[in-house]
Design a protein around this ligand. Structure first.
Ligand code: TXA
Ligand code: MG
Length: 342
């Protein structure tokens, strides 16, 4: 398939909208990561997304809308709490899970009776949805398992030749996917952490929002029962092997540098990836693009420094980093300098 590369100009967005209306696939920028969009109410179009991504078909999609009022067409409204939440946090990187209405096909929700809905803040994204005249189902526009794309070049690398068109916009502002919040139970529960934190949601709602316990477990453990099917799969993985080092920052830097020299001496192309302390939002912005740049440079091993998970944005980045590394983590005891097995 020949993939059209489109700009964010009005005529190009019209062309992209026409492709969506016909049941085609268009990748487009959002403020979080690039999405791979299709008409959310067209089962065949949604099936084509799974195909293009190579994605397991029980993993449900987020449905993107251009106006908050469109929510009631797709989902059973959860009342005053939800109204307050979306009044403050939409448009933006927050996805809400609600009971779905019949018009949303099973294909879109992976057979669940709930639907994930989000109103992006990115102008191009909203423009595309509006001109398409339908809600747009869109997972991240990467091949399943790879790091999410936060720049047009990354989308082109994964999707060129697999989909109808790619809208080349700016780099994504946030860099990690939206916060997914389950509003179907008595208490609001975050199924996927993001830049909108539990504290922020609690503040807006005036009552406490929680993180799903599954976010603290490894998939291999017996009690790993995530409500969000996407949490089960290996995710965000670079081609390089990856090791996370956890400990005091100075120790981590020393350890990582020492290990890098050893690996390099053994002929393994190794990179150290350590983010500025105290700027988790910047780490969120840079994380996926850094993995893709390191892969492009032919890196064979990435040694990454863990972020502080007491910071809720740090926690959101670590949720991705841990999966990127396939749970390959070492913890340095305080003051550690020796490399294990040395
Ligand atoms: O920022 C984002 O959310 C991006 C951009 C493109 O908007 N989209 C995105 O989609 O990250 P995706 O498909 O890569 O991730 C959707 C997540 C998955 O973890 C999925 O399991 C969960 O949302 N999800 C979707 N529908 C759900 C539902 N009904 N119940 C529970 N989890 C759901
Ligand atoms: Mg994804």
């Amino acid at each position: 398939m020949k993939t059209k590369i489109l700009t964010t100009g009005a005529a190009d967005i019209d062309e992209a909208a026409e492709i969506i209306r016909r049941g085609g696939l268009v990748a487009f920028p959002t403020e979080t990561v690039y999405g791979l969009g299709a008409d959310a109410l067209n089962e065949k179009a949604v099936a084509a997304i799974y195909e293009a991504k190579g994605r397991p078909s029980d993993n449900p999609m987020i449905v993107h809308i251009a106006h908050a009022e469109d929510l009631k067409k797709l989902a059973v409204h959860a009342g005053a709490d939800l109204q307050r939440l979306i009044g403050v946090l939409w448009p933006g990187p927050l996805t809400v899970i609600l009971k779905k209405k019949r018009c949303v096909p099973d294909r879109t929700t992976g057979g669940l009776d709930t639907v994930a809905v989000r109103m992006p803040e990115n102008d191009t994204a909203r423009d595309l949805i509006e001109r398409s005249g339908c809600p747009i189902a869109a997972p991240s526009a990467n091949i399943s398992g790879r790091p999410s794309p936060t720049r047009a070049v990354d989308v082109i690398a994964d999707m060129d030749g697999r989909i109808d068109a790619i809208i080349k916009g700016l780099d994504c502002r946030v860099g990690i996917e939206s916060t997914v919040l389950d509003m179907t139970e008595d208490v609001p529960v975050i199924l996927r952490p993001g830049i909108i934190t539990a504290d922020r949601i609690s503040e807006v709602l005036g009552r406490k929002a929680y993180y799903d316990k599954a976010l603290y477990r490894k998939p291999e453990s017996d009690d790993f029962k995530p409500k969000s099917p996407g949490m089960k799969y290996r995710h965000y993985a670079p081609e390089a092997d990856m090791l996370i080092v956890k400990g005091k920052e100075a120790d981590v830097r020393k350890y990582a540098e020492k290990l890098r020299r050893q690996k390099e001496a053994a002929g393994i192309k190794t990179a150290v990836l350590i983010f500025e302390e105290n700027d988790a939002a910047k780490a969120a912005h840079d994380f996926f693009s850094a993995l893709r740049d390191l892969d492009r440079a032919g890196t064979e091993l990435i040694i990454a420094g863990a972020l502080n998970t007491e910071d809720q944005i740090g926690f959101a980045v670590m949720n991705r980093m841990i999966k990127s590394a396939g749970y390959n983590i070492i913890r340095l005891p305080d003051g550690a300098e020796k490399i294990k097995g040395e």
